[in-house]
Design a protein around this ligand. Sequence first.
Ligand SMILES: [Mg+2]
Length: 110
Amino acid sequence: MPTLEEAKRKVAELVVEKGFGNTPSEIPNKLLFAFIELGEAGDSWKKGKPTEETVEELIDVIFYVLDASRLIAPSADLDDVFEKKLAKNMTRPHRYGEGFRDKAVPASPP
Ligand SMILES: [Mg+2]
């Protein structure tokens, strides 16, 4: 299983091999394509397509995110950034979901 850094390098190889846009001017397009692929994943899920297809669309999202990231910050170590961001998020209090609802103020008084 590749690390994020290894996956980023593989995506860069794919971009060069296939002649896709490979300059910072392509960053907005790559971010847009990530959203489009996310929409394709949502559509696949909504339509009850095989989960393999939905997961493949999610991988397309990751491809574009990795591709955009290397053009935005070529020297960023995504594995390091991931670990730091995960640790940061783990320190955050519950704000969403059931953990938040349990602490939520009751509905307005009668
Ligand atoms: Mg796709």
